[in-house]
Ligand binder design. Structure first.
Ligand SMILES: [Fe+2]
Length: 575
């Protein structure tokens, strides 16, 4: 039985396809449209999924979309009654939800001969946060676990708690829009001069440069409730419905969510290109710490209520890898599972899993530890492309390849590493990565100069051979998706300065020999030569979505000053 899951008309539009509950392919539409966080209908991602499954649309048993326009309908009406000025905006969203409810017609973009009547019967709406919960719980190794979904907003909900047992997810409670930890973090992000959708990670990167002096002041905004959830002081915020939340040209953008009252409390907002001063850094540190306190409060309450040992977390706030790394100590949960696409792209995967297990009652499958579900090109296809473009290259054996790539890294050089199926989710995990020597104290500047041109305060991440994690980090856990930040052992800070952040932490990826064999072998070769089982790993892109095809990788290589490009076994060197 094939199920096609979608996230559509929401940021990070995506598609995922399952055969008998096993994920065959999943990818974000932005990888094809080349527009970050693309928010329309995922036509090309769907075509890709069908191609990977080797089937036509007519062979799909169910199409799930992680969106339910009927969810919390009365709460929405009530909200509009109290906020009549928002009715016009609500009309735009109604049109958007109409698009969701006549989805079958959009499938004609995928297959002009599609039987839309038949498709309509196959379409199942799965509420946004239940889709988030399912993307974590049903992909996890846990037979039962507490579940938490926490994001900006989706289907009029911003946080949801519950418990997963076997094939069922029971929802306990939720927080209604616009009260939201995601929007709370976004408001501070905008206030600190980072205006774009998805800029929150910049605040997280900046936080270690400040002191958390304002945590108490920030925590006054939030009030914890007896049901284990929270509310906020709404004087500080402008709801997105009022501030303006748009998908113009399918690019999500949000108006300023911090209010005039917010400015009276925290002072004038930082402008985009204004210098970052100590106050900005202290505020970033404080909002990060406050967010952690809120998340840990929710988790502690949830642990008490469920008595569960393990927890599964998803939603945009689950991208907060610094908070994720502290969950076990701070909440008492022993195991934590967060999917590779914990943000909205994971809605496609989650809606399909929810329908398959929760609605159809089908048995669980092995946990998902691989994010490599995207597009792949063979050496032959790559050679054809390189010949067409007239690019000089060498095709090497794996052994020769690992040898010359590691030599180049040690030189020190920066290498574009394009290998196997693309990752699903926001992190490059050794399939579409730019790699460098983590021992080189200048690697960060080198990368910023040669390729990334990004803010100097943002850290670069380490990919470490799984077996060596405890040697370099103060704690051990599997981190297959770079979803957690751990402290690096003090004595190792000097050994791997390029991946040690200002506070002595690293957002690691533990590389498993069986899941990423070629990436593992490359790092192992580096270890043989240097004694260090780690590579610096950053996403293969400049400012656009991560490269998807060999042509895009080649273009990025040619635009930048990368020293070497590896496309499977083909090597291109800059001379
Ligand atoms: Fe979401």
């Amino acid at each position: 039985m094939y199920i096609l899951g979608l996230n559509a008309f929401h940021a990070d539009s995506s598609a995922a396809i399952f055969k008998d509950g096993i994920m065959i392919a999943a990818t974000e539409e932005e990888r094809f449209t080349r527009v970050k966080h693309w928010a329309g209908f995922p036509t090309q991602a769907i075509k890709f999924c069908l191609r990977e499954a080797g089937i036509g649309l007519d062979e799909v048993a169910y199409i799930t979309i992680g969106r339910d326009p009927k969810a919390k309908f009365l709460n929405k009406l009530n909200y509009l009654r109290k906020n009549p000025s928002l009715v016009f905006g609500a009309f735009t969203r109604y049109r958007n939800s109409q698009e969701v409810s006549s989805l079958e017609k959009l499938f004609l973009q995928v297959d002009p001969n599609a039987d839309t009547k038949q498709l309509k019967e196959k379409i199942k709406n799965i509420e946004h946060h239940r889709s988030h919960l399912a993307s974590a719980f049903f992909a996890s190794p846990f037979e039962e676990a507490a579940v938490l979904s926490i994001d900006g907003s989706g289907d009029f909900t911003t946080t949801m708690i519950g418990v997963g047992k076997g094939t069922q997810i029971e929802v306990f409670d939720s927080v209604d829009f616009p009260v939201s930890i995601g929007l709370f973090y976004t408001a501070f992000t905008q206030y600190l001069g980072f205006p774009y959708y998805g800029d929150e990670y910049k605040v997280m990167g900046l936080a270690p440069y400040g002191e958390p002096k304002y945590v108490d002041k920030i925590m006054q905004i939030i009030k914890f409730l007896p049901n284990g959830l929270y509310t906020w002081d709404d004087r500080y915020f402008v709801p997105p419905t009022k501030a303006g939340f748009e998908y113009a040209n399918n690019i999500p953008s949000v108006g300023n969510l911090f209010s005039e009252y917010f400015v009276t409390q925290f002072g004038p907002a930082r402008q985009k290109n204004e210098e970052l001063n100590q106050y900005h850094k202290d505020l970033a540190s404080s909002v990060q710490r406050a967010t952690e306190q809120i998340i840990f409060h929710l988790l502690k309450e949830l642990r008490k209520r469920t008595g569960m040992k393990n927890v599964c977390i998803a939603g945009g706030v689950a991208q907060n890898s610094v908070a994720n790394g502290k969950v076990t100590e701070a909440s008492g949960f022993e195991g934590v599972y967060i999917p590779s696409a914990g943000h909205d792209a994971g809605i496609s995967m989650g809606s399909a899993l929810y329908y398959y297990h929760h609605e159809l009652g089908k048995p669980r499958n092995p946990a998902i530890y691989s994010a490599y579900t995207g597009i792949k090109f063979s050496n032959e296809e790559i050679e054809t492309i390189l010949k067409e473009r007239g690019v000089a290259y060498r095709r090497l054996s794996d052994e020769e390849l690992y040898d010359i790539v590691t030599d180049k890294l040690i030189e020190p050089g920066v290498v574009g590493w394009y290998n196997g199926r693309a990752e699903f989710g926001p992190r490059a995990l050794g399939a579409r990565s730019i790699i460098a020597d983590p021992r080189n104290p200048k690697a960060k500047d080198l990368l910023n100069l040669k390729i990334k041109r990004r803010e100097s305060f943002r850290p670069f991440a380490p990919s470490i051979l799984k077996e060596y994690t405890s040697e370099y980090f103060t704690k051990y856990d599997e981190v297959p998706f770079m979803e957690k930040v751990f402290p690096i052992r003090k004595e190792k800070h000097e050994i791997i300065p390029a991946v040690t952040h200002a506070d002595g932490t690293g957002r690691l990826q533990t590389v498993d020999k069986y899941i990423s064999p070629r990436y593992y072998a490359l790092i192992d070769k580096f270890r043989e030569k240097t004694g260090v089982p780690i590579l610096l790993n950053t996403s293969f892109n400049e400012n656009e979505p991560i490269v998807n095809t060999p042509q895009e990788a080649l273009d990025c290589f040619l635009r930048t000053q990368m020293d070497m490009l590896v496309l499977e076994n083909c090597v291109i060197e800059r001379r």
